[in-house]
Design a protein around this ligand. Structure first.
Ligand SMILES: [Zn+2]
Ligand SMILES: [Zn+2]
Length: 444
């Protein structure tokens, strides 16, 4: 699961002013001087620039747009002005990944989820190039029933030359029940109502053994446990929680019912929910990069030694976070090589429910890469086998012409016996025995 940020501002796009750019150049040159960067060495310059903090770089000025890439699938959250940048990326066929998505050729498909329809979450849609390419398909999900109507209204002739029903791509609208859960693109997605003028909805995405929660535009007016616990339950154990940190704590107390929250409130809720990374998001258009950086430092200071597992980060345009938790699967290893047109796969560790997906994916990949369809599984280093593992092996037989198991330890063989599946498999003493058996099948 790859999470990318295309716009992280709230309310209205906030591009850098010329004087702000100037300030950044000055700050960068001063830092380069202090660090004695060798300015005649392009490599040294690039390395220095890559490590610049927000004083040299920027959080960015585009409004809300976040994507999750899951294999070949693309899930977009909100269509703030950041979606224009996403569209430009998707249309760039010189980028290998973008080309695979196929949007420039009218072969693209994406899921688009709306949290709500405030300007900063819909205003970029008109300038999202892939919706103007015939053949592309967008499955649009939302909870507020008026979303299709609002999207159409922002494209009324008084506002935009092209009406929504005349855009070239196919737009399929799917209304979600509040609190419902759905499965798509190999992910489970649930939603929850957030306190915001007109309501907003948070989405919790679970895939690749990782969890991302998009919870922008939310006020936490009552901080009593009875109120916050429904949020911390929904955010529980997230690898990433994208959190509305538009206000300072002080502002959130003063601007009651404006519908936004602060980094420090996020820190408390994230800690309670055992969130791994709290991503400060929906930055106020008036805050500078330096101020946002200060909020980050204050939040870290606030958490201090109570931090627990929660790390705080600032959501920044262009930021990418790769998420995949091989947690228990890390105890399971697969390696393969080709021997006499037969794929020999060695398995080691715990072959249980956490490992089966890794096994299935690996097998499918090796069948494809090696263009072979006979497989020998070396079981000698399997320390533990569960019925889930047996099930995966039973299924594996269907995708290959021949499947042989070799070097099966005594305790593992017992599991085959107890599950009554010994006769499902051809079991040999070692690889050589299996190779000659499988190869003689070949000549038959
Ligand atoms: Zn907003
Ligand atoms: Zn809003």
């Amino acid at each position: 699961m790859l999470l990318k940020f295309w716009g992280t501002r709230g309310s209205i796009p906030a591009p850098l002013r010329p004087d702000q750019v100037e300030q950044k150049i000055i700050a960068a040159l001063e830092a380069a001087g202090r660090e004695q960067v060798n300015l005649s060495n392009p490599g040294a310059i690039r390395e220095f620039v890559a490590n610049l903090s927000f004083n040299g770089s920027t959080v960015g000025g585009n409004t809300a747009c976040v994507t999750i890439e899951l294999g070949d699938d693309l899930i977009i959250f909100d269509a703030g002005s950041g979606i224009r940048e996403l569209g430009d990326y998707l249309m760039d066929e010189s980028n290998k990944r973008a080309k695979e998505f196929g949007f420039a050729r009218g072969k693209g498909h994406a899921y688009l989820f709306f949290t709500h329809t405030h300007w900063d979450h819909i205003q970029g849609l008109l300038y999202f190039k892939p919706i103007h390419v015939p053949g592309n398909v967008f499955d649009i999900h939302y909870v507020h029933e008026y979303v299709p109507d609002v999207l159409a209204r922002q494209m009324a002739p008084e506002f935009f030359p092209l009406p929504l029903d005349q855009v070239s791509a196919s737009l399929n609208f799917h209304r979600l029940e509040a609190g419902a859960w759905i499965e798509l693109a190999g992910a489970t997605i649930t939603n929850m109502e957030l306190k915001h003028p007109g309501k907003a909805y948070a989405y919790r995405v679970e895939a690749d053994n990782a969890i991302v929660v998009v919870a922008t535009d939310s006020e936490y007016k009552s901080l009593d446990y009875t109120n916050t616990k429904k949020y911390s339950n929904f955010y529980a154990n997230a690898d990433v929680l994208i959190f509305d940190a538009q206000f300072s704590v002080r502002e959130s107390f003063v601007k009651e019912d404006w519908g936004h929250s602060s980094a420090l409130i996020g820190a408390d809720i994230a800690r309670e929910a055992k969130v791994k990374r709290l991503l400060l998001f929906h930055h106020d258009p008036a805050t500078t990069d330096a101020e946002i950086m200060r909020v980050l430092q204050e939040t870290e200071e606030y958490l201090g030694h109570r931090k627990g597992i929660t790390e705080v980060m600032v959501a920044q345009e262009g930021m990418e976070i790769y998420l995949s938790n091989p947690i228990p699967a890390s105890d399971f290893y697969i390696k393969d090589h080709l021997e006499k047109d037969i794929i020999v796969i060695s398995l080691s560790g715990k072959f249980g429910a956490y490992a089966t997906e890794q096994f299935r994916n690996h097998l499918a990949n090796s069948l494809q890469t090696h263009e072979a369809n006979k497989v020998i599984l070396m079981m000698g280093n399997i320390g533990e086998l569960t019925i889930a593992g047996i099930r995966a092996l039973v299924d594996a037989r269907k995708s290959v012409t021949s499947l042989a198991l070799v070097d099966v330890p005594q305790n593992i063989y017992l599991v085959f016996e107890l599950s009554g599946t010994t006769d499902f498999f051809a079991i040999y003493k070692d690889v050589d025995a299996a190779l000659s058996a499988l190869n003689s099948n070949n000549s038959e």
